[in-house]
Design a protein around this ligand. Structure first.
Ligand SMILES: Nc1nc2c(ncn2[C@@H]2O[C@H](COP(=O)(O)OP(=O)(O)OP(=O)(O)O)[C@@H](O)[C@H]2O)c(=O)[nH]1
Length: 500
């Protein structure tokens, strides 16, 4: 919260206030020795509140065989906690009622609060939590900050409130515009009123229950209220799907409850709303719409799994496509597009690896460069397209004349490189001679149908050549390159080798 807003809250003359009797009740709540008689005494000071409490006791929620006619009996029947919670919630309804800001929006927030309170309590019951009355109150209070902000900064806040469509979007807008949301302000007001700290912490963290720094034992409490808020939105929003999705996701990840349990719970919440509405004298949801909302929620939750499966399948499909694209790119990165042979980049890696193995194991290794002779003439005479076709054909011929574990790569232009692991220079010479004659014997065709031939010069170098040992891959490359130069110098279409 910004200092300016804090100041506006502190000095706001219209800040929502609790009736005196509610303040007394809060004080009594802090007293471990509070007794029924004393509480009944305080409640009797507010006749409207007292009569509402009696109505609760005689409502189907609590009614026993005998009707309850006096406050003492009512407090006995409800228990201390429930009495205090109900008394506070009735006081709170007065706070909402007396708010003289945007009525429609405040009504919406109050209806959300009532549904959240009921749903929080029911979630707590499902999860066998013990502080059910407090959970109900926490649900009811979670949007109290809206009232406080409407009173403290009406000019700025009422414009925001006028645009209220869904709760989650509203929280986002608050954060974008004010830099904080009403949860924080609600927590401030609860502390100001002296309400139990757990209620304030819940309001402050309910919008981001995952990220909030909540003590371990308060987590389930906050999570129930957060999921309850989404349930309330699922029943109030015109487009309920996002809220119900959020409710289902929260129920599953935060509370470990599946869609079926959530659906039953929503039905129970909707069943309990008319009674709750009577107690608070407000129509929370129109009875005509109630069944439709339950059916809608059932459809959304039932198809949620299907939607999730589709999403996962789509996601999986995308991952597969990305992997395929990455594979294609990786292949392209080490292959020559024209001939399909590996390229120089791959050669560098292979040479490094084979050289290390040959050195470590004392194996022979021979490398040869093959450079087509007077290839420029081919291009000049027959054009580039025919030149390309020659390169493709020669690549295939070279490959065909080598073993599976020999390497052949296009080094660049009209130059190929062959690496023969396990071949001494003597053995390699035979292989290169075979390659040379195969190239020489290959017939090529011009675009006009004339056939022509091409030859290759070859320079080779061996890793161990008699007494001479080459120290690193680069030296081997340089030695083969020098040999190739010699072959060109000695008239082409021949093989030369050099000692290192
Ligand atoms: N068609 C085609 N030509 C290429 C390709 N890459 C390189 N060349 C050509 O290959 C020719 C190489 O010419 P030079 O380096 O002068 O060598 P050369 O004509 O083969 O003569 P020597 O090597 O001395 O026998 C150039 O004309 C390049 O344009 C290619 O991918 N396709």
């Amino acid at each position: 919260m910004t200092p300016a807003i804090r100041e506006a809250l502190q000095f706001c003359p219209n800040l929502p206030t609790l009736p005196g009797v509610a303040i007394r009740i809060i004080e009594m709540g802090r007293d471990p020795d509070v007794n029924i008689g004393a509480l009944a005494g305080v409640l009797s000071k507010d006749p409207a509140l007292a009569s509402r409490l009696l109505r609760v006791c005689n409502s189907p929620l609590y009614a026993k065989r005998r009707s309850t006619t006096n406050l003492h009996q009512a407090v006995m029947l409800l228990g201390l906690n429930a009495t205090m919670t109900l008394a506070l919630s009735f006081s709170l309804s007065e706070v909402y009622r007396s708010s003289n800001t945007n009525r429609a929006a405040v009504d919406r927030v109050w209806r959300r609060a009532l549904i959240s309170g009921l749903a929080s309590r029911m979630l707590g019951e499902t999860l066998k939590q013990n502080a059910l009355d407090e959970l109900y109150l926490a649900g009811l209070l979670q949007d109290l900050g809206v009232l406080a902000l409407s009173a403290a900064v009406p000019n700025r806040y009422l414009d925001l409130l006028a645009g209220y469509q869904t709760h989650d979007r509203f929280v986002e807008i608050e954060r974008e515009t004010l830099g904080f949301d009403h949860g924080e302000v609600g927590a401030w007001l609860m502390r100001h009123w002296g309400l139990p700290e757990r209620l304030a912490v819940t309001a402050a963290s309910v919008h981001d229950p995952n990220q909030a720094d909540i003590l371990e034992d308060a987590r389930a409490f906050v999570y129930c209220v957060s999921v309850a808020g989404h349930i309330a939105d699922g029943l109030l929003d015109e487009q309920p799907q996002p809220a119900l999705d959020a409710a289902a996701a929260g129920a599953a990840t935060l509370l470990g409850l599946d869609e079926q349990i959530l659906q039953v719970l929503i039905e129970e919440v909707v069943e309990g709303l008319p009674e709750l509405g009577r107690l608070f004298e407000i129509e929370i949801i129109s009875p005509n719409m109630a069944q439709g909302l339950v059916d809608q929620a059932r459809d959304i939750l039932a198809t949620r799994n299907l939607r999730l499966i589709h999403q996962v399948t789509d996601h999986h499909q995308k991952v597969v496509e990305m992997e395929q694209a990455a594979e294609i790119l990786q292949k392209a990165a080490i292959h020559d597009a024209l001939t399909g042979l590996h390229n120089r980049r791959h050669f560098d890696e292979v040479l490094e690896n084979e050289f290390a193995q040959a050195t470590d194991n004392g194996w022979p290794l021979t490398l040869g460069f093959l450079d087509l002779d007077r290839f420029k003439q081919v291009n000049d005479t027959h054009g580039h397209v025919v030149g390309d076709a020659v390169l493709v054909k020669i690549a295939a011929v070279l490959k065909r004349n080598l073993r599976e574990r020999d390497y052949i790569m296009r080094y660049g232009g009209e130059e190929f490189v062959v690496l023969l692991p396990g071949h001494s220079k003597k053995a390699a010479l035979k292989v290169f001679e075979r390659l040379r004659t195969a190239v020489e014997a290959t017939r090529h065709m011009s675009e006009t149908g004339e056939s022509f031939f091409i030859t290759t010069s070859i320079g080779l170098a061996s890793h161990m050549d008699g007494e001479h040992h080459i120290q690193d891959p680069l030296q081997l490359v340089r030695a083969a390159d020098r040999a190739l130069y010699d072959a060109k110098r000695h008239g082409r279409n021949c093989i030369e080798s050099v000692l290192s």
